[in-house]
Design a protein around this ligand. Structure first.
Ligand code: HEC
Ligand code: HEC
Length: 453
């Protein structure tokens, strides 16, 4: 039996024991007091990506990533919005960043973190990529919207993996598949870098201090074909994001806790339990928190799309138009699924790694504090008046960022949602505080002090 295989078996046994009440699910459920308080009673060995020096291609990509001269303003690089000091997410609390030639055009969505995207699957509709690859997306969508769907429970998080649902891809609506295909978006977008035509961008690349590196890697004639020059530069940026361990270090306190090298505080441990408790947060039903069977650290997303119905954000300039709606999967920024109205309002579930370093939450950046996010999950269905504004007629404007005809798409079946109006909230204020304490353990750069200390 190979090593990888043995590890797989060991983990599978741990999962099984977990389901039966042992392993770290006992911690989650609080079944028996662990021998050493705050320590993972069943440490696992995590398989992190092997570290290797960056290739010449990735080193070129790093220079492009930090190069502001490619933007119309001359002041925006990828790193301006995806700040390395902020988990490659937005540097401040603006709901969307400003771009364009004079940095006056506000974006339409919150800037996502670029971390942990190396394991993001391609966009598909169905239980796995193999089935829908090459298959007509529209047909899959038609099937998917009528298929029964397993509930997402933190207790059996893999049951939902077989759902015929949209999953994967990059951007909040999954419209790009590869990091390379993705990068041309912001580079050209009028409210982002606004870099202009291939001809303009290639001319800038040809004058960049790294132009010599490009000639060495892609041939001396590279700048003669502008489209190719831009594509190669973006390929290099993608390599940088894939190769540099800074984009996927797995050095959070939670990773070390999984390995038995860090001790949870009582609040973190309670938060971890509530995060996994189907009767409380049920967060792990979608933000998966167990290592994969082959030992890779959890990503805190199931890569699926959901319509949570977060409130409309009046701070976004596009929202001044009352007829404008960001409908995620069904548009306006992707067009191929526009006819699939069952997908209107669905957005990609983001990873929660490093989420505590953010100051803007959800696709429209409507919230600035984790406490507001937790209140949203807690009260959306049982006390919507605490989440949504009032309509002019005095009623609560439930799911006010989704046209009424699409509100049936809201996820009401997966806890913590689904409570009836006026019922007790699934999480107490203390539960919310504890879950936030747990979310803070997902920030990379924790210094493990070794086992037992
Ligand atoms: C003006 C701010 C801004 C700049 C500059 C910018 N981006 Fe982004 N980026 C965004 C926003 C906003 C999104 C989300 C857009 C959406 O979902 O439609 C995004 C999404 C992404 C994503 C998808 C992330 C995910 O979780 O799906 C990647 C990858 C990315 N950007 C890489 C880059 C690269 C590479 C550059 C430089 C070529 C760049 N970005 C420049 C704002 C920016
Ligand atoms: C049914 C699946 C589901 C469940 C259960 C769930 N989430 Fe989410 N989560 C999502 C989706 C989808 C989004 C993005 C929604 C959007 O932006 O419109 C999201 C976004 C978030 C964000 C914002 C992240 C960012 O980068 O902006 C946080 C924080 C978060 N969830 C925490 C939690 C916590 C804590 C719980 C448990 C109380 C939880 N989630 C339960 C699906 C889920």
């Amino acid at each position: 039996m190979g090593r990888a295989c043995r590890l797989g078996v060991a983990l599978a046994v741990a999962w099984f024991a977990g389901a039966a009440g042992g392993a770290f699910l006992s911690v989650a459920a609080g079944a028996s007091p662990p021998a050493r308080p705050g320590m993972n009673p069943n440490p696992v060995r995590l398989v992190r990506p092997p570290a290797a020096p960056l290739s010449a291609m990735a080193r070129l990509g790093r220079r492009v990533f930090f190069d502001p001269t490619l933007s119309a303003s001359g002041r925006l690089s990828c790193a301006s919005c995806h700040s390395p000091a902020h988990a490659y997410g937005p540097p401040g609390a603006l709901p969307a960043m400003f771009g364009g030639p004079r940095l006056t055009r506000q974006g339409v969505r919150a800037v996502p973190s670029l971390m942990y995207l190396d394991r993001q699957p391609n966009f598909s509709i169905g239980p796995d990529n193999a089935e829908t690859e090459g298959v007509n997306l529209r047909r899959a969508a038609g099937r998917g919207q009528h298929a029964p769907r397993a509930h997402k429970s933190a207790r059996a998080p893999t049951a939902a993996a077989a759902n015929l649902v949209p999953q994967g891809g990059l951007f909040w609506d999954g419209r790009a598949d590869t990091l390379q295909a993705q990068a041309i978006g912001p580079l050209r977008s009028p409210f982002e870098m606004d870099g202009g035509s291939d001809a303009r961008l290639a001319a800038l690349l040809a004058r960049a201090p790294y132009a010599g590196r490009m000639r060495a890697l892609f041939g001396t004639a590279i700048f003669a074909t502008p489209r190719l020059a831009v594509a190669e530069a973006l390929f290099a940026v993608a390599r940088y994001q894939i190769e540099d361990p800074a984009f996927h270090p797995y050095t959070s306190k939670f990773d070390f806790w999984l390995e038995g090298k860090a001790r949870f505080t009582p609040a973190e441990l309670r938060g971890y339990r509530a995060f996994n408790d189907p009767a409380k947060g049920n967060c792990a039903g979608c933000h998966l928190d167990r290592p994969t069977p082959d030992g890779r650290p959890p990503l805190f997303t199931d890569h699926q799309f959901e319509a949570l119905g977060v409130p409309r954000n009046p701070a976004l300039r596009v929202n001044r138009d009352p007829h404008y709606f960001d409908l995620g999967l069904c548009g306006p920024y992707r067009a191929d699924l526009a006819a699939e109205t069952g997908y209107c309002g669905l957005f990609l579930t983001p990873s929660l790694r490093n989420v505590a370093t953010r100051h803007v939450f959800f696709h429209n950046g409507v919230y600035h504090h984790l406490r507001q996010v937790l209140d949203f999950y807690d009260f959306r269905d049982v006390a919507p008046g605490r989440v949504y504004p009032r309509a002019p007629d005095g009623t609560v404007a439930i799911a006010d960022d989704l046209p009424a005809r699409y509100r049936g798409n809201l996820d009401r079946q997966d806890p913590p949602f689904g409570g009836t109006h006026g019922a007790r909230a699934p999480m107490s204020a203390a539960d919310e505080r504890d879950i936030i304490a747990f979310l803070r353990t997902l920030t990379d750069g924790y210094r493990s002090r070794g086992p037992g200390r």
